[in-house]
Design a binder for this molecule. Sequence first.
Ligand SMILES: CC(C)(COP(=O)(O)OP(=O)(O)OC[C@H]1O[C@@H](n2cnc3c(N)ncnc32)[C@H](O)[C@@H]1OP(=O)(O)O)[C@@H](O)C(=O)NCCC(=O)NCCS
Length: 241
Amino acid sequence: MKLLHQSGLMDMTPKGIVIIGSGSQGRMLQNLFKQYKLGYQFLGFLDDQHQKYEHNGQFFEAPIDYYQELLEDDVHFFLAIGNVEDRMKIASHLKIPTEKYAIIVHPKAYVDPTVELSHGVYVSAHASIMHDVTIGEHTSIQSGAVVEYESRLNSFVNISPRATLCGNVQIADQVFIGAGATIIQGLTVAEKSIVGAGAAVIRDVPENHLALGVPAKNNMRLRSPNLYVTSRMDLGAQLEK
Ligand SMILES: CC(C)(COP(=O)(O)OP(=O)(O)OC[C@H]1O[C@@H](n2cnc3c(N)ncnc32)[C@H](O)[C@@H]1OP(=O)(O)O)[C@@H](O)C(=O)NCCC(=O)NCCS
């Protein structure tokens, strides 16, 4: 995992940025760049709902594979795709060098200067990330979430609004933490697991498990966790017998 310090971003010359995904997350980022700039100039969206390159005078829209035309330019990219499985598939299909993915931190977030953020990370408004935290590629920290000291979050993780990770928590790849959930200090949530909204996690969560409730129970093993979260399939069908 390649990690960067946040301050490495503070280049004065605005760079072009292209958002991959023109859904709600992509449009939210477009508005963010309009309002705050953040050292970037928004150039356009790549999304396969667009058949061909078109420019409306302010920004372009084009199919995803148009990225190849932009690789030689001094352009950064950002994956604004909520579904983690799709985000991973597109990231591996695109072959965009890691360093060409932007790190986006909302100006109303607090990120301690010791925090290390990887490429493709998004930190939303009112999130707080405290000292010596590390965050892996394409991980998203949503509004008002708190990530306390020395926690380590891997890649393609989603931390939903107002979730709290107490100190020294370890979050593995592709974990989804629901809104308002709390993980107490020193715990691990293993790969591809889901913590439901509002859960209080007081024990480690094993790989591919669903943890729900207060205190959270971890005894539900998922067959296809990302599919489960994103397509809201029937819980019974998704749990291993
Ligand atoms: C866990 C979760 C994924 C389950 O979704 P679902 O499959 O649609 O679940 P259902 O609403 O069908 O509920 C299935 C059962 O689980 C229970 N349940 C669902 N979510 C729960 C939660 N967060 N805590 C406790 N129990 C929960 C329901 O009460 C129901 O129990 P029952 O069968 O005894 O009635 C979802 O409830 C959740 O917490 N999602 C996180 C949302 C979020 O944080 N989004 C942030 C986006 S930025």
